[in-house]
Design a protein around this ligand. Structure first.
Ligand code: ADP
Ligand code: MG
Length: 260
C-alpha cells in the first residue's frame, strides 16, 4: 500500500470538517474522493498534501507519517500535485515551464532562475511527449487551448517523479470530450509509472469511468467505499446526493456492464 490514511480528523472551531476518515491508495490505482458540497473533501485532500495540519490521525506514505509535515517536504518525498499554471508563466513557452519544474526539483530558486535553453531540455521534451504536447513545446502557455494547458500541468506534476499524485478536480471547466482525453491519459501514465492517484471530482461520469475505487464523504464522515457499482447502488450514497442534482440512480446503460 502506497498511502494509508487512518482516523484522519480536522476540526474548525470545534466543528468536525473531517471525522475519523480512513482509506488506502494503492500503486497504479486511481481513488476518487467524492461527496456533496461541504462534505470535507478539500479539507481531507489538503491534509494529505500538507496545506492543512490534521487535528488527529495518521497519513503513512512509504513508511513515513507525513501528517502535519510541510507541503514542500511532502512533495520532496514523492507526493505530486497538479497546480494551475500561474498567469505569470503564461508568457513562457510550454517547454520552459516544464524545464522550470525540473529545475525546481533540484532546489534551484524558483522564479529567479531563467531557463537556459539547454537545461533539462531532453527530459522536458520526453515528459511533453508523454502527455502528447511535444508538438507545442515552443508555444507560449498562454495561447494554448484549455485542455492542452491541463496536459502541460500534468507534465509539470510528473516532473518530480511522484509515486503518489494528488489531483483536485482535474477536469473542472473542461468539455466532456477533453475530460475523457485527460483522464484516459492520466490512467495510462499512472499504469505505466505505477503511480497511485487520489483525486476529487465533480463529474460523476468521470468518476464512474476512471476511478478504480471510490470513497464517499458526507458531513466529514466516510459513508461508503468500493468500486463504481457498489457505491452507485449504496442507498446512503443515493440519499446524500438527493437534491444535489447529481443522480446516483443506476442507469440502464450500466446494467449490462457497458458504461457508455
Ligand atoms: P468540500 O471540499 O467537500 O466541499 P470542505 O472540505 O471545503 O468541503 O469543507 C468541509 C467543512 O469544513 C465545511 O463545513 C466548511 O465550511 C468547513 N471549512 C472548510 N475549511 C474551513 C476553514 N478554513 N475554516 C473554517 N471552516 C472550514
Ligand atoms: Mg472542495
Amino acid at each position: 500500500m502506497l498511502l494509508r490514511v487512518t482516523n484522519l480528523s480536522k476540526s474548525f472551531d470545534g466543528i468536525k470538517a473531517v471525522d475519523a476518515v480512513s482509506f488506502d491508495v494503492a500503486a497504479g490505482r486511481l481513488l476518487a474522493l467524492i461527496g456533496p458540497n461541504g462534505a470535507g473533501k478539500s479539507t481531507c485532500f489538503n491534509m494529505v498534501n500538507g496545506q492543512l495540519k490534521p487535528s488527529a490521525g495518521s497519513i503513512i506514505f512509504k513508511g513515513n507519517d507525513i501528517a502535519g509535515m510541510r507541503a514542500r517536504d511532502i512533495w520532496r518525498l514523492g507526493v505530486g500535485r497538479t497546480f494551475q499554471i500561474a498567469a505569470t508563466f503564461n508568457s513562457m513557452t510550454v517547454l520552459e515551464n516544464v524545464q522550470m519544474a525540473l529545475a525546481s526539483r533540484e532546489r534551484r530558486l524558483f522564479g529567479l532562475w531563467k531557463p537556459a535553453a539547454s537545461w533539462h531540455a531532453d527530459e522536458a521534451m520526453t515528459l511533453l511527449d508523454e502527455v502528447g504536447m511535444a508538438g507545442h513545446a515552443r508555444r507560449a502557455c498562454g495561447v494554448l487551448a484549455y485542455g492542452d494547458v491541463k496536459r502541460v500541468e500534468l507534465a509539470i506534476a510528473l516532473s518530480n517523479r511522484p509515486q503518489l499524485l494528488l489531483m483536485d478536480e482535474p477536469t473542472a471547466g473542461m468539455a466532456p470530450g477533453e475530460r475523457n482525453e485527460l483522464m484516459a491519459l492520466t490512467r495510462r501514465l499512472v499504469a505505466e509509472r505505477n503511480i497511485g492517484v487520489l483525486f476529487t471530482e465533480h463529474s460523476m461520469d468521470v468518476v464512474f469511468e476512471y476511478a478504480d475505487r471510490l470513497i464517499v464523504l458526507a458531513r466529514g464522515k466516510l459513508i461508503a467505499e468500493g468500486d463504481a457499482n457498489t457505491v452507485r447502488n449504496n442507498p446512503r450514497v443515493q440519499e446524500v446526493y438527493l437534491g444535489t442534482g447529481k443522480s446516483f440512480a443506476p442507469r440502464a446503460t450500466f446494467a449490462g456492464g457497458v458504461r457508455r
